[in-house]
Design a protein around this ligand. Structure first.
Ligand code: ZN
Ligand code: ZN
Length: 116
């Protein structure tokens, strides 16, 4: 589908009214122009496991403060646990993963449980 956009000649192009383009056509145009995101989709971010932080219980491999906002976790706060076992405030890591799909600490690419 994207190829068609590359092949249209100038004459055809001038007849294209952007207001008449469908959503899919606009998306295809965006792909040609090169708009892309290196982050994760909201669906994938939402599917990451979350845990409740408990002060004092040393969870295996997890840190006890959030490197993104540099605050210590409070008892009962909701954290998102990445596949590399690093954890962050859900709100902090959600915003991070929209831009960059790697763990801020160890740079492991965040994988989902889709392929086990
Ligand atoms: Zn945080
Ligand atoms: Zn990590």
């Amino acid at each position: 589908m994207g190829l068609n956009w590359l092949l249209i000649d100038q004459e055809t192009w001038e007849e294209v009214d952007p207001d008449e383009l469908s959503y899919e056509e606009l998306l295809a145009l965006g792909e040609v122009v090169g708009i892309e995101s290196r982050g994760l989709s909201a669906d994938i971010i939402a599917s990451l496991p979350s845990i409740n932080y408990k002060a004092g219980s040393s969870q295996n491999g997890s840190n006890d403060s959030c490197v993104i906002c540099r605050l210590d976790y409070e008892d009962g706060e909701t954290l998102t646990l990445l596949s590399c076992k690093h954890s962050y405030h859900s709100e902090c890591i959600n915003n991070w993963l929209k831009i960059n799909k790697v763990c801020p600490v160890c740079s492991t690419e965040v994988s989902t449980a889709a392929h086990s």
